[in-house]
Design a protein around this ligand. Structure first.
Ligand code: COA
Length: 259
């Protein structure tokens, strides 16, 4: 598959998708977003890929957000059509495999929305994050107003969104915007360590667990518990459940079949 604005590489069971416009701090043009949507759909179907890491090319940015040039002259109707066709953030939501955001530098606006749509966020100690749309007279449009308060609480979300201030990695960790911060030189190693650990589990169980946990963001507790129970009931039928339990009782490593 050929792409102009992203790079897809494979490292064992982990696919690494790098936003690749380093001279523009990996700003997300429409083309880049469309290519990301395509890559995620392909990788979700690709059998050998068990986890997906999103990151930015170069040493400065994860992504500095949506390409601001493309806002110029855009009409309301054009914006509405873009939403009708589905967004990058919807595509991230649809991805069944675990997605890790490896935040290697600037992570602003739509870039923060992209990272927040992922499952796990690992940041370099050099990263700077912000919900910065207000600085150019707009508001978050990729789910930021909804995902940010779920991650950091209403007060922190409003503070970040209304001020447009940037925070460093330590502050992002403190408020729960990222899940782990590591020295820049260890970012890849630590991210792949987590990705490999997930990849060593039953792929079926991983997908069901991800679906159950993510449902908690959109369902009330009683409905979420029912959803969890239906997935738990389903997993009772899996060969991996039989194998996992047998391996535990026989004191050996399980050999997953992923079904
Ligand atoms: N969209 C389009 N281009 C962008 C961009 C964006 N979101 N962010 C950076 N760029 C481009 C710059 O225009 C510049 O291109 P040029 O060399 O052709 O002029 C290049 O990337 C480097 O950016 P520059 O501003 O020179 O780097 P810096 O290190 O001085 O500053 C930032 C970095 C991230 C602080 C600054 O670029 C910035 O504030 N960007 C916008 C961030 C933002 O608000 N994003 C949310 C958009 S909704």
């Amino acid at each position: 598959m050929h792409y102009d604005t992203i790079l897809v590489t494979h490292r064992g069971p982990t696919a690494v998708v790098a936003l690749n416009r380093p001279d523009k701090l990996n700003a997300m043009s429409m083309m880049l977003k469309a290519e990301l949507v395509r890559a995620l759909a392909d990788l979700d179907k690709h059998e050998e890929t068990r986890t997906i890491v999103l990151t930015g090319s170069g040493d400065k940015a994860f992504t500095a957000g949506a390409d601001i040039h493309e806002f110029q002259g855009r009409t309301a109707i054009e914006q509405w059509r873009m939403y009708e066709h589905g967004t990058l953030y919807d595509a991230v939501d649809r991805t069944a495999k675990p997605l890790l955001a490896m935040i290697n530098g600037y992570c602003f606006g739509g870039g923060l929305e992209l990272a927040m749509a992922c499952d796990i966020r690992i940041a370099s100690d050099r990263a700077t994050l912000g919900q910065t749309e207000i600085n150019i007279g707009i508001i978050p449009g990729g789910g930021g107003s909804q995902r940010l308060p779920r991650l950091v609480g209403l007060g922190n979300a409003l503070k970040l969104t209304l001020t447009g201030n940037r925070v460093d990695a330590a502050e992002a960790l403190r408020v729960g915007l990222v899940d782990e911060v590591v020295p820049h030189s260890r970012l890849e190693q630590r991210t792949f360590e987590i990705a490999d650990r997930i990849a060593s589990r039953s792929a079926l169980a991983v997908r069901l667990a991800k679906a159950a946990v993510r449902a908690s963001a959109r369902l009330p507790l009683d409905q979420g518990r029912l959803y969890e129970q239906s997935l738990f009931t389903l997993v009772m039928e899996s060969e991996d459940k039989e194998e996992g339990v047998r391996a535990f009782l026989e004191k050996r490593d399980a050999k997953w079949k992923d079904h």
